[in-house]
Each structure stands twice: as structure tokens, then as C-alpha cells.
Design a protein around this ligand. Structure first.
Ligand code: ATP
Length: 232
């Protein structure tokens, strides 16, 4: 069974086609890059996969289920582009609350909060509130939240955008480290970074799937990306 299968997938906002007849099949494995210019439809695709919005037409399956199916609750994690942490709760409190929302007991949830914070190298900040953290560190906490319950699929919407190189490196290393057990789909405008991290690139442009290429086969994402833009 494929990790993701989209058939003739379209999503409109009023008269604007954010995604237009996308046929896309992705298998579990190495990280996958999702790229495209602003407004290409990347966030819309993530929102559809998460079941936050419904397709206007066509179908979408994740691990054989329609997005939003209860069986996917613990199998798909996400870092939204505008991830926000609650300034009033410690990291331990908010991560364990999220873990409880995913069905864990209070005790297990607290352990899980410590585990995921350790994965993003922020164990020392367990009892701190987000206000004590830099932007890059906050991003790592939001990624820690996506790791709760060890989902099979994790969607990261621009995980390193606007953050300093040291935090960005930690995030890249984490993705590489966990990709044996989790498939990451990473949206980013940083093609060099994606080339180093991912095996496969999915190009969206104006809502259409333009290319799906394997970088492992020696292709260069930036080359294809430029080519697509020239042809547009
Ligand atoms: P970026 O790289 O800037 O984040 P993106 O590739 O994630 O862009 P989307 O956010 O999916 O692109 O947007 C695709 C298109 O759909 C854009 O034209 C956008 O303006 C439109 N769109 C997205 N969300 C909405 C919405 N809630 N209401 C109306 N139009 C929307």
C-alpha cells in the first residue's frame, strides 16, 4: 500500500484553483521534498493530507485511509508554517497535553514530552516557557510536537525558514536521523538544503504537479526547478 495516493485531486478557494488535477503517489521511505514558488499549492496539499480541508474533487488517501480517519490520528504529524506555542505553559505541559490529545495517559504523555524534547536536543528546556526560547528553538519545540507518538508520516512546512544556521542544522540532522522509521515530506524554498536531505522532489506550480524526480538518481533539484520556471 502506498503512503500517499492522490488521484485527480483538486481544491479551489472560490474561483482560485489552489490544486488542479494532481495525480501523485508517494511511497514510504527517504525524505521527500515538496517545492514550488509562492502560491504553488504546497500548504494546501498538506492541509488536504491532514484532513483540515476537503478536496473540491478527486480523491486522496494516506496509508489507505481518507484524511481525518481516526486510524491516521497517531500516524501523521505536522509542523504548520505558522506553528505557535502557548506562552503560558511550560514545554513539558504543552507537549504532554498534546500527547494526551493523541490518546496517551497523563503519565505516558509526560514521558513522551521528555522523549521528543530530547530528540530535538532541548531536554534542558523541559520546565521553561516558550518566551525563554529563540525563534529557532521554538521551531524545534514545534517539531518535537509533530514527533509525538512516532507517526509514520510527518509533514514539515518550511521547517528552517527564517531561522539561524545552527538551529537549521539541528533540524536537518534530526530529519536524517529519524528517516529510517518515519517518512518526512519537507516543504522549503531552500533547494540546496533539500538536495542534501531528500531523495525525491515533487514540484508544484500554480496548483499543478510539474515534476516528480529522484535526486538519488543524480538529478539536481535546482536544475529541474529552474527549468520548470523557464517553461512556465
Ligand atoms: P507559500 O510558498 O507562499 O507558502 P504555497 O505553495 O504553500 O505558498 P498555498 O498556500 O497552498 O501555496 O496557496 C495556493 C493558492 O491558494 C494561492 O494562490 C493562495 O492565495 C490560495 N489560497 C490558499 N489558502 C487560501 C484561503 N484560505 N483562501 C483563499 N485562497 C487561498
Amino acid at each position: 500500500m502506498s503512503l500517499i495516493k492522490c488521484q485527480n485531486l483538486s481544491r479551489a478557494y472560490g474561483s482560485k484553483m489552489a490544486l488542479n488535477n494532481v495525480d501523485l503517489t508517494l511511497e514510504a521511505g527517504h525524505p521527500i521534498a515538496l517545492v514550488g514558488p509562492n502560491g504553488a499549492g504546497k500548504t494546501t496539499l498538506f492541509s488536504l493530507l491532514l484532513g483540515y480541508i476537503r478536496p473540491t474533487s478527486g480523491s486522496i488517501e494516506v496509508l489507505g485511509y481518507a484524511p481525518g480517519h481516526p486510524s491516521l490520528r497517531n500516524n501523521i504529524g505536522a509542523l504548520p508554517q505558522d506553528a505557535k506555542l502557548d506562552p503560558d505553559f511550560t514545554l513539558e505541559q504543552q507537549l504532554s497535553l498534546f500527547a494526551q490529545l493523541r490518546g496517551m495517559s497523563a503519565k505516558t504523555a509526560k514521558r513522551e514530552a521528555a522523549r521528543v524534547l530530547s530528540l530535538v536536543q532541548l531536554s534542558d528546556a523541559l520546565k521553561q516557557k516558550p518566551t525563554a526560547l529563540s525563534h529557532g528553538m521554538s521551531k524545534r519545540v514545534a517539531i518535537a510536537q509533530a514527533l509525538i507518538g512516532s507517526p509514520k508520516l510527518i509533514l514539515l512546512d518550511e521547517p528552517t525558514a527564517g531561522i539561524d544556521p545552527a538551529n537549521a542544522r539541528i533540524i536537518r540532522e534530526l530529519i536524517a536521523q529519524l528517516s529510517d522509521s518515519t517518512t518526512f515530506i519537507v516543504s522549503s524554498h531552500n533547494l540546496d538544503e533539500l538536495e542534501r536531505l531528500c531523495d525525491q522532489v515533487v514540484f508544484l506550480e500554480q496548483g499543478a504537479l510539474k515534476q516528480q524526480v529522484s535526486i538519488a538518481a543524480g538529478n539536481h533539484a535546482s536544475h529541474y526547478y529552474t527549468l520548470q520556471l523557464q517553461q512556465a
